[in-house]
Design a protein around this ligand. Structure first.
Ligand SMILES: [Zn+2]
Length: 427
């Protein structure tokens, strides 16, 4: 017997009028006109009415320890990355585990309502107390029934630049943090940056962990730590297990050099994780005009088959004052800044906040197929391009076969000289 049947779904791959049959926490069939196993009064039916049914949105780059701290202890006046780091440093001594947990829980509720059911969060390990690490390990466990949280040990103040960083990172991994992070462009010298990439990749190889570094988040075209990251990935046999987050220096790099770099990234099977909302606001700050966009080369990487996953990075924290943790806002910004306006390119931006992000996080049993988890989002749009255009209501969010969030369809009621009309923005 089926517990739930979703009827008349449009799927991200273009299939229409599909039914999705769910038993317990799994999808058991994806076919047109499913009738077998349906028991009247026992099988719950949701009519998707031609709306898009997608696997959940996945955020592969976020900071749960700083989210929703906007204004504490003050606002970022210059709006720059470096003042953001300084401001975070001012806030850190006053942080409590309870406040971090409360804010992370609040954010996760926004995420679920937006259909985002997995988050990879960096957690700053530069605080010797490891308060945020312990708080977020608890949050990971408390939220596990509804949202998958993966934590990255992130030496925000530099792996070599801050003297206790190596010890703190090791302690964080011993406590159960999942992924090894880094910030090579923030080390004192290029050489220290390269050495930090090597040291951190070796730790990951030894412990059998994934790697995800903030890498080359700068407008300096000579910041080439991604090159070292590709080389160390291959040397240590970490192919398919490593991500470079941001990679904004690539925007400003010499084209000839990039023509060598991208095949190296593909060979190492490195995932690129741009954060378009943040990159477009933080990069190019030292430019007058023309002012660089600062986002990495999404178009070229996508065309080459490099896995591109998009992150939200921040919501209302020292680096970014906006956002409601909507991954469709991220895909929308990437589409515009990266000029990903060809049909297959815009579809690729939808994949970048769904399946590509699930791939870098190595989430098991993800997708709309028989045998996968019944984790689904029904949107008030009919295809991925319309979803990016409208960033519409998430009508239903399902986790393991259960509806965990609903939003009423959003419509406007017009009165034009006594004529009543309903507008829903679907063409
Ligand atoms: Zn980040």
């Amino acid at each position: 017997m089926l517990d739930l049947l979703i009827k008349n779904a449009s799927l991200p791959d273009g299939r229409k009028d599909m039914d999705i049959a769910i038993s317990a926490d799994r999808i058991v069939a994806v076919e047109p006109n499913i009738t077998s196993g349906v028991e009247v009064g026992k099988t719950k039916i949701i009519d998707a009415a031609g709306h898009l049914v997608s696997p959940p949105f996945i955020d592969p780059h976020f900071h749960l320890d700083s989210t929703l701290s906007l204004g504490l202890p003050r606002l970022n006046e210059s709006g720059t990355l470096l003042e953001g780091i300084q401001l975070w440093g001012e806030l850190k001594p006053d942080l409590t585990a309870e406040a971090i947990k409360q804010r992370a829980h609040a954010l996760a509720r926004w995420s679920i309502a937006r259909g985002t059911l997995a988050i990879r969060s960096h957690v700053d390990t530069s605080d010797d107390r490891l308060l945020a690490v312990e708080a977020l390990l608890e949050v990971r466990k408390e939220l596990a029934p509804w949202i998958d949280i993966q934590l990255v040990a992130f030496p925000q103040d530099g792996y070599f630049r801050y003297g206790k960083a190596a010890d703190n990172l090791k302690r964080a991994l011993d406590l159960g943090v999942d992924v090894v992070g880094g910030i090579p462009h923030f080390e004192r010298t290029m050489e220290d940056g390269a050495r930090s990439v090597t040291a951190l990749c070796e730790i990951a190889a030894k412990r059998g962990l994934l790697v995800d570094m903030h890498c080359d988040e700068t407008d300096d075209p000579l910041s080439r730590h991604i090159e070292t990251l590709t080389a160390e990935t291959i040397r240590l046999g970490l192919q398919g297990r490593v991500a470079g987050s941001h990679l904004t220096s690539m925007h400003s790099m010499d084209n000839y050099y990039v023509s060598k770099l991208l095949p190296l990234m593909r060979e190492a099977d490195i995932t690129a994780i741009p954060n378009p909302l943040i990159n477009i606001t933080l990069q190019g700050r030292h430019d007058s005009y023309p002012k660089r966009r600062g986002m990495t080369r999404i178009k070229e990487m996508t065309a080459m088959g490099i896995n591109v996953a998009l992150g939200h990075d921040c919501v209302m924290d020292p680096w970014y004052s906006f956002g409601s943790h909507d991954m469709l806002e991220v895909a929308h910004m990437a589409t515009h800044v990266g000029q990903m306006t060809g049909v297959s390119e815009t579809r690729a931006m939808f994949a970048a906040v769904t399946e590509n992000s699930a791939r870098v996080m190595q989430l098991p049993d993800y997708g709309i197929e028989k045998g996968k988890y019944a984790d689904l989002v029904i949107l008030q749009a009919r295809d991925p391009i319309e979803a990016i255009r409208l960033r519409p209501a998430r009508l239903f969010v399902l986790r393991r076969g259960k509806v965990i969030s609903t939003t009423a369809p959003v419509t406007a009621e017009l009165d034009l000289a006594g004529q009543q009309e309903t507008v829903d923005f679907l063409k």
